[in-house]
Design a protein around this ligand. Structure first.
Ligand code: SAM
Ligand code: DTB
Ligand code: SF4
Length: 340
């Protein structure tokens, strides 16, 4: 397992305890990621307690508002048109506004405080469909929920329009390290992603950005992705950590599953290097034991995707999740408390 026997870099971690840093090196982060597991979890939990209200978990509900036939070639993604004949995923049109808002209401009634809407687009295009998304965002906000969208790349004018509609957060993941990126996606660059995130930040929308582990990347790649995120100033307000869901028909369908403790390490390290951010234990929970998920919560995760479906794949039942949160002795974050 990934321990290099080095001592935990206490000095660097205590610097984080005083104030978030934006100058982490890949080596700093790698030595945290590879440090002895219990020390790592202990430090992550200490950092977590310093910066966060103790014991709350944000429930974010996810809906695919436009599914499939995406022109990008992200190797992990069942929605890419490049693998459609093997994944068998049907192309769907953009959902209508009322259907989306009805789904947001159901999520709210089940206890979610953030509603995230995903579209299998390469980028936002101005026109009737974007106008509809704007209506969805204002509708979700009027219901008193946080609204998040993930629509691919966007320009500054489009980001400003989403901000005007009251959008809380925009999700745009780095997915992996700059070094490994070309193994996974060829149809857009790492810099394209950084530019989109900059437009979101400039518009005054909070940034949700993280990545995926389990795609064949090295531990250094994981540290390198966290370095890019943690060198942003400010840090992304939300950092989703996904474990690859290996979907049949995608090029990554046969990847070796992520070891449960690798997810714990990744979450703990994200928590330490981005102490104020909301770290979300994201895709892949369906394949994780209850105990692994509780360890991730102990290591600093304070948000989960909640609801029986992610975008196209399944997620644990809501009753099961509520039982898990209770068993861990945590509280569900109430609406209002999660804003900002
Ligand atoms: N098309 C937009 C984009 O790529 O920005 C938004 C939707 S895309 C599905 C959002 C994110 O979901 C991806 O960046 C990736 O991190 C995550 N994702 C997609 N498929 C996944 C899988 N099979 N396992 C884990 N995460 C996945
Ligand atoms: C994120 O980081 N993970 C979510 C959300 N942001 C959009 C998506 C996970 C998708 C998992 C595969 C699927 O269900 O299609
Ligand atoms: Fe398209 Fe997003 Fe899937 Fe890539 S991750 S194929 S951009 S939907």
């Amino acid at each position: 397992m990934p321990t290099n026997g080095q001592n935990f870099p206490e000095q660097k971690v205590s610097a984080v305890l005083a104030e978030p840093r934006h100058d982490w090196s890949v080596d700093d982060i790698l030595s945290i990621l590879q440090s002895p597991l219990l020390e790592l979890v202990h430090t992550a939990q200490s950092v977590h307690r310093q910066w966060h209200e103790e014991g709350t978990v944000q429930l974010a509900s996810l809906l695919s508002i436009k599914t499939g036939s995406c022109p990008e070639d992200c190797k992990y993604c069942p929605q890419s048109a490049h693998y459609a004949k093997d994944t068998g995923l049907e192309k769907e049109r953009l959902m209508d506004v009322d259907t989306v808002l009805a789904s947001a209401k159901t999520a709210k009634d089940a206890g979610a405080t953030r509603f995230c809407m995903g579209a299998a687009w390469r980028e936002v295009r101005d026109g009737a469909e974007f106008d509809q998304v704007i209506e969805m965002v204002s509708g979700v906000r009027e219901m008193g929920m946080e609204a998040c969208v993930t629509l691919g790349m966007l320009n500054q004018t489009q980001a400003n329009r989403l901000a005007g509609a009251g959008l809380t957060a925009y999700n745009h993941n780095l997915d992996t390290s700059p070094e490994f990126y070309n193994e996974i996606i060829s149809t857009r660059t790492y810099q394209d992603r950084i530019d989109t995130i900059a437009h979101v930040r400039e518009a005054g929308i909070t940034v949700c950005s993280g990545g995926i582990i389990g795609m064949g990347e090295s531990e250094r790649d994981r540290a390198s992705m966290l370095q890019v995120l943690s060198n942003m100033d400010p840090h992304p307000e939300s950092v989703p950590i996904n474990s690859l869901v290996p979907v049949p028909g995608t090029p990554l369908e046969n990847q070796t599953p992520v070891e449960p403790m690798e997810m714990v390490r990744m979450i703990a390290t994200a928590r330490i290097v981005m102490p104020k951010s909301r770290v979300r234990l994201s895709a892949g929970r369906q394949a994780m034991s209850k105990e692994t998920q509780i360890l991730c919560l102990l290591a600093g995760a304070n948000s989960i995707f909640y609801g029986e479906k992610l975008l196209t794949t399944s997620n644990p039942d809501t009753e099961q999740d509520i039982a898990l949160i209770r068993e861990a002795g945590l509280q569900v974050l109430s609406s209002g408390a999660s804003e900002g």
